[in-house]
Design a protein around this ligand. Structure first.
Ligand code: ZN
Length: 123
């Protein structure tokens, strides 16, 4: 069971269908498919369901900003204003960089919570 959960999260990290692992989640850089092209699993059950991905995105962006702060503070000789400039840039780009990853992980979480249409394990 635990390995299966890890596998489902791995599919989310790879931006694949959490059900079968074959169909792609994203049609374009920021648009997802409605259904899996391989198994037909519906990715978003209702409008607004993907809102939870925002929390994952914010968490990942905050983690990046904090780790960036720790690294630049400990290992660089940059001035405080230079570090602040880098951190602001990272904080602005983080949500864009993590958008797809957060969406993939959230789709996996929804899948684990039986929020998608097909019944498991008959998918
Ligand atoms: Zn699929």
């Amino acid at each position: 069971m635990f390995l299966e959960i890890l596998d489902i999260f791995g599919r989310g990290l790879k931006l694949r269908c959490p059900c079968c692992g074959h169909g792609r989640l994203f049609r374009t850089a920021f648009r997802t498919y409605g259904h899996c092209s391989a198994c037909g699993e519906r990715f978003e059950r209702e409008p607004g369901q993907s809102f939870g991905a925002i929390y994952i995105n914010v968490g990942l962006s905050a983690l990046l900003a904090v780790s960036g702060y720790l690294v630049t503070n400990a290992f660089s000789t940059l001035t405080m204003s230079q570090q602040l400039g880098i951190r602001l840039l990272v904080a602005a780009l983080g949500p864009v960089l993590f958008f797809r990853l957060a969406k993939g992980l959230w789709t996996s979480i929804i899948f684990l919570g039986e929020g998608l249409y097909l019944q498991w394990p008959n998918r």
